[in-house]
Design a protein around this ligand. Structure first.
Ligand code: NDP
Ligand code: 2IT
Length: 448
């Protein structure tokens, strides 16, 4: 059996109850075949793939907090410190009822390669809890965040592990988490990114993931003889990534016509009104039905299982920006039938393996999340740099660095795909380019 197959069998046996983690590992290992085959005995002897697929550390803990009725609630929380080969653990915190160890491990595993692709010195980690922020008061959110940090602070620090936001964690939550870290430790340090601008945050971090997604998508189209300007875009999600993807798409002359949340989706043929979307989702924290109520051109559909949602809309480019496995094979068929030419993942692993394969086989340009959404974590690393030098850079300076990083990422994965004889396979290119740096660092540092 090849070393790659051997390791995947072991990973499956050890983690049979973690489907999302296995999905992420399968995709990466498949891509790495040509790299591993070149030097199979060395990789096997060093157990490099066994090490890279096993987290350095998983911390799991309970989070007790008191709700507004005086009732004690208990949630389960995780921090997976996956790989510190190229820098301190770095990755977001997710608050969503679906969070479990499989989800946090898949996210932490993806983060290793994503962070490597940014070219910046950050290792891979991820955390979160099954706490549901929906419908909670600000006081309840604060109570949860303070209790969460009261355990988490023991394992993080500006040079060891630097969490940030993800689903359900934005500026409000990062503020509460930061305040509690500072109170317990007495340290005013860059232990979290995505901070507010008054206490060490970076300009353009809020926009970075969505903007970065568009910078990369524009470059991918350009290198394939196309222009982002004039393209009709289907976007899913209505959170941090989706909102700023829509904003940047419009600035680049494209027309995003959809967005979605956990209750339904919007088709707005005149183009999404970003100011209204921000008002509904960022300020009021309301449902998308409120967007439709305020906008005559928009149609709202309740979410229904088995329907294609935003992927049923005719578009040139699709940007899934909500959550994992939200674009399946049937959705992919619909996109292809409707003439979609490119898919770039704003979310982490939003496209199933079958859907990815179908899109690639049908000539759709496909950029995986670990490359396409790396602008968020890259700008987090820029926030860490600013905190270290106790200076803050202008919006333009950060935005320009972000653009450079995204263009560079695309060329690196394009180059890696070509070098290994898989031209145009950006999934393989991203996994290979991300892996090579981490593998070299691991080898150099010996058996740790
Ligand atoms: P947010 O919490 O800001 O937004 C998530 C959006 O997706 C919301 O509109 C949410 O609906 C919608 N959604 C629909 N279905 C689901 C579901 N089943 N589970 C969770 N959300 C759902 O998160 P982000 O925009 O930050 O994250 C979106 C994706 O992008 C995630 O995959 C995340 O891992 C990834 N990502 C985020 C980065 C960042 O910097 N924030 C960086 C890189 C990747 P509703 O409004 O009803 O809650
Ligand atoms: O998935 C991701 O890359 C993020 N949620 C951002 C992580 C970070 O540390 O900024």
């Amino acid at each position: 059996m090849s070393y790659v197959d051997e390791v995947f069998e072991k990973v499956k046996a050890k983690n049979s109850h973690e489907p999302e983690f296995l999905q992420a590992v399968e995709e990466v290992l498949e891509s790495l075949r040509p790299v591993i085959e070149k030097n199979e005995e060395k990789f096997r002897k060093d157990a490099l793939l066994e090490r890279i697929t096993e987290p350095e550390r998983i911390i799991s803990f309970r989070v007790p907090w008191v709700d507004d009725e005086g009732q004690v609630q208990v949630n389960r929380a995780f921090r997976v410190q996956f790989s510190s080969a190229i820098g301190p653990y770095k990755g977001g915190l997710r608050l969503h009822p679906s969070v479990n160890q499989s989800i946090i491990k898949f996210l932490g595993f993806e983060q290793i390669f994503k962070n490597s692709l940014t070219g910046l010195p950050i290792g891979g980690g991820k955390g979160g809890s099954d706490f549901d922020p929906k419908g909670k008061s600000d006081r309840e959110i604060m109570a949860f965040c303070q209790s969460f940090m009261t355990e988490l602070y023991k394992y993080i620090g500006k040079d060891t592990d630097v969490p940030a936001g993800d689903i359900g964690v934005g500026g409000r939550e990062i503020g509460f988490l930061y305040g509690q870290y500072k109170r317990i430790t007495g340290l005013y340090e860059g232990v979290l990114t995505g901070k507010g601008l008054t206490y060490g945050g970076s300009l353009a971090r809020t926009e970075a993931t969505g903007y970065g997604l568009l910078y990369l998508t524009a470059e991918m189209l350009k290198c394939n003889g196309q222009d982002i300007a004039g393209k009709t875009i289907a976007v899913s999600g209505a959170g941090n990534v989706a909102i700023y993807a829509i904003e940047k798409a419009q600035q680049l002359g494209a027309k995003p016509v959809t967005c979605s949340d956990s209750t339904g989706w919007i088709y707005d043929p005149e183009g999404i009104d970003v100011a209204l979307l921000k008002e509904v989702k960022e300020v009021k924290r309301a449902r998308l039905s409120e967007y439709a109520a305020a906008r005559p051109s928009a149609q709202y559909q309740e979410k229904q299982n088995g329907e294609h949602g935003v992927w049923s809309v005719k578009c040139d480019v699709a940007l899934p920006c909500a959550t994992q496995n939200e674009l399946d094979l049937e959705d992919a068929k619909m996109l292809v039938a409707n003439g979609c030419q490119a898919v770039a993942e704003g979310a982490n692993m939003p496209t199933t393996l079958e859907a990815t394969e179908y899109l690639q086989k049908n000539g759709v340009l496909f950029c995986p999340g670990k490359a396409a959404n790396a602008g968020g974590v890259a700008t987090s690393a820029l926030e860490m740099s600013q905190n270290s030098e106790r200076l803050s850079w202008s919006f333009e300076e950060v935005d320009q660095k972000l653009q450079g990083i995204m263009v560079n990422i695309f060329h690196n994965l394009d180059h890696a795909a070509k070098e290994y004889g898989m031209e145009g396979n950006y999934v393989a290119g991203a996994n290979i380019a991300g892996f090579l740096k981490v593998a070299e660092a691991m080898t150099a540092q010996g058996v740790v």
